[in-house]
Design a protein around this ligand. Structure first.
Ligand code: PMP
Length: 351
C-alpha cells in the first residue's frame, strides 16, 4: 500500500441490485414500479424553461415540501426532502446517531443500515428477528444510541402493527427512533401521526416504489421540528442543493395526481396476491408481504438455483447469500404479463 493510500477511508459499499439493459429482460430485482409515473410528471418536466436549468434549484425545495405537507396534512416545518430515501437515511445516521452506545436494528433488514453505520463509525448491534421473521418490541427495550428499522421490513415484507411500533418508540425517549416506511403504501399501518406525540421520532418515505419514480431520486421524511431542523443543519453543512429542479417539479406533480397513484398501488397489491397464490400452488412458501415484492422459499429447490436459472431466462430477481435468508428469493411485483412469464419460467425450472 502506498503512503497516501493509508489515509484513504476504507469502506465496504452497499451493493445495489443489478440494472441490466435489454428489451427482453424482465426486471424484478430492485422493487421498482413496473408502471410509468403519472403523465403529469412527464408534462411537468417537459414544460420546464431552460432558465430553470441555468439557475441553482431552491435549496429548501419549498414547493415540493409544501405539496407533501399539504397532502399528508403535516406542518411544513415537519417535512424534509432528499435525493431518495437513501440520502435521507444516510444523513439521518450522520445527524442522529452520535452516541457512544450502539444503535439497534434487526439482523435481517435493509442492507444499507450497517454500511452507513460503518461509514460514519457508528457502533451498532443487530437484533435477531424471531423465527418467523418478526420484530419483537421487547428486544428494543435496552440502552441504545438510536434505533432504525423498516416497516414493512425488507426483504421479508412483513409489517409490524402500529401498536408495537409505538411500544418501541415510547420505550426509547432518550434516543432517536427512525422508521423506514419505503413500502408503506402497499400495506401495513403507517405511524406518521406519531410524529406529533414523540419528538424523537422520524418517518422516512420514498417516491421510488409506489410513485414509480426511482429514477428521479426523491425521498421525504416527517418528524418534529427539532429533528427536521437538525437534518437541515447537517444537509446545509454538506450540500445545499440536493434535489435538482426536474426532481422538485416531477415529484410535486406526482403528489398531485392522486387518482393515478391509488390505481398503481391497487394494481400492484392485486398482482401480489395473485402471484402469491400461484407460487403457493408450485410449492413455495411466502411471507405475509405488505410490500411490492414477495419473499419466497421453495420446499425442495434451493433459492440460489432458482435465481440463477431465472437469470439464464433473462428474468432478474434478488437473492441474498446471507445467513437465515439464503433459502429465500425476493421477487418484485411486475405487471400481470411479467408475473405470468415468471410463473411459466418457474414451472419450467421446477419440472
Ligand atoms: N429503504 C428500504 C427498506 C428500501 O428497500 C429502499 C430501496 N432500496 C430504500 C430505503 C431506498 O430507496 P430510495 O433511495 O430509492 O428512496
Amino acid at each position: 500500500m502506498k503512503k497516501f493510500e493509508e489515509n484513504i477511508r476504507k469502506v465496504t459499499p452497499y451493493v445495489p441490485g443489478e440494472q441490466p439493459s435489454g428489451s427482453d429482460i424482465i426486471k424484478l430485482n430492485t422493487n421498482e414500479s413496473p408502471f410509468a409515473p403519472s403523465t403529469m410528471v412527464q408534462m411537468a418536466i417537459a414544460s420546464m424553461m431552460p432558465d430553470a436549468l441555468r439557475k441553482y434549484p431552491d435549496p429548501d425545495a419549498s414547493d415540493l415540501v409544501r405539496e407533501i405537507a399539504s397532502y399528508y396534512d403535516v406542518d411544513e416545518s415537519k417535512v424534509f426532502v432528499g435525493v431518495g430515501s437513501d440520502d435521507i437515511l444516510g444523513m439521518s445516521f450522520l445527524t442522529f446517531f452520535n452516541s457512544d452506545k450502539p444503535i439497534l436494528f434487526p439482523d435481517i433488514t435493509y442492507s444499507f443500515y450497517d454500511v452507513w453505520a460503518d461509514l460514519y463509525d457508528i457502533k451498532y448491534e443487530t437484533i435477531p428477528l424471531t423465527e418467523t421473521f418478526e420484530i419483537n418490541p421487547d428486544d428494543y427495550k435496552k440502552e441504545n444510541g438510536g434505533i432504525v428499522f423498516a416497516n414493512p421490513n425488507a426483504p421479508t415484507g412483513i409489517a409490524l402493527p402500529k401498536a408495537q411500533v409505538e411500544e418501541i418508540i415510547s420505550a426509547n425517549p432518550d434516543s432517536v427512533v427512525i422508521v423506514d416506511e419505503a413500502y408503506i403504501d402497499f400495506g401495513g399501518e403507517t405511524v406518521l401521526d406519531l410524529i406529533d406525540k414523540y419528538e424523537n421520532f422520524l418517518v422516512v418515505r420514498t417516491f421510488s416504489k409506489s410513485r414509480a419514480l426511482a429514477g428521479m431520486r426523491v425521498g421525504y421524511a416527517f418528524g418534529s421540528e427539532t429533528l427536521i431542523k437538525a437534518l437541515k443543519d447537517v444537509k446545509f453543512s454538506y450540500n445545499s442543493y440536493t434535489l435538482n429542479v426536474a426532481a422538485i417539479r416531477g415529484a410535486k406533480a406526482a403528489i398531485k395526481d392522486d387518482e393515478y397513484f391509488v390505481g398503481l398501488v391497487d394494481e400492484i397489491k392485486k398482482t401480489r396476491e395473485e402471484t402469491k397464490r400461484k407460487l403457493k400452488q408450485m410449492g413455495f412458501e411466502c411471507t405475509n408481504s405488505q410490500t411490492n415484492f414477495l419473499f419466497a422459499k421453495h420446499e425442495t429447490v434451493p433459492a440460489k438455483e432458482i435465481f440463477e436459472k431465472l437469470r439464464e431466462k433473462s428474468i432478474y430477481i434478488r437473492y441474498f447469500d446471507k445467513p437465515r435468508i439464503d433459502e429465500y428469493i425476493r421477487i418484485t411485483i411486475g405487471t400481470k404479463e411479467q408475473m405470468n412469464a415468471l410463473i411459466m419460467a418457474l414451472e419450467d425450472i421446477l419440472n
